[in-house]
Ligand binder design. Structure first.
Ligand SMILES: C[S@@+](CC[C@H](N)C(=O)[O-])C[C@H]1O[C@@H](n2cnc3c(N)ncnc32)[C@H](O)[C@@H]1O
Length: 217
């Protein structure tokens, strides 16, 4: 199922450097904060079937939320993050995790239609070409399968949008950009004939959202 595909570039190197620094403290900062969104994303993905790709799996915070009987592959650019995910899999005996590979989500080394669902949590706004990543997700998911994103997306209008504009510089520093709106994903779905199922708010206070799409059957 896997094949070698080249990936490189200055953004990739910068991302790896950033997550080499984040890796030792990532779980302490994000585990409890992202747990409700991660659980909701896992539930949405596994509703489509057991074969799941976790794109940008990081330290594997969500791997323990998958039911036994699922088959989960995880990919990430950062070997430092993946090392921690592999340690979790060993420590918690997560036998449903079938592989954790260094890979760029814009160049997935999987055959077409390999998965029932692709999940990307707190990833899509970090990718320089998110549409390229989404097109890869669409390629590797089976017809009728799901693409599920968990993320913070900025509000398009209203009072919350104005507050986000004010706090944007601080949010960007800690990795949460409000500049990226879910309407960008919706536009990509429309252009590619993908069903945009919807966006659901989740903890904390709707700041994180679960966005669901379906590949036409
Ligand atoms: C904010 S962390 C989220 C990790 C995990 N999904 C979670 O929810 O805890 C973002 C992860 O995406 C990875 N990443 C960023 N760009 C990527 C790319 N183009 N391909 C694969 N992984 C990428 C980073 O290395 C990092 O581990």
């Amino acid at each position: 199922m896997l094949s070698e595909r080249p990936e490189a570039g200055p953004t990739t190197a910068l991302m790896r450097k950033a997550y080499a620094r984040w890796a030792p403290v990532y779980d302490i900062v994000y585990d409890k904060l992202t747990e409700p969104a991660a659980r909701a994303a896992v539930d949405a993905a596994t509703a489509s079937g057991p074969r799941i790709l976790e794109a940008g799996v990081g330290t594997g915070l969500s791997l323990g939320y998958y039911p036994s009987g699922s088959f989960v592959c995880g990919v990430d650019l950062s070997e430092d993050m993946l090392k921690r995910a592999r340690a979790k899999v060993r420590r918690r005996r997560l036998s449903h995790v079938r592989g954790l590979q260094v890979m760029d989500v814009c160049r997935l080394g999987y055959a077409d239609e390999s998965f029932d669902a692709v999940v990307a949590q707190f990833l899509i706004t970090l990718v320089p070409d998110p549409e390229a990543a989404l097109s890869e997700f669409l390629r590797v998911v089976r017809p009728g399968g799901a693409i599920v994103l968990a993320n913070h997306f900025g509000q398009t209008d209203g009072p919350v949008a104005r507050v986000e504009e004010i706090v944007a510089p601080i949010c960007t520093k800690i990795g949460w950009s409000s500049a990226f709106k879910s309407t960008r994903i919706e536009a990509w779905a429309r252009r590619n004939g993908v069903e945009f199922v919807g966006v659901a708010p989740t903890f904390p206070g709707g700041f994180f959202k679960i966005l669901r799409m379906r590949k036409p059957a």
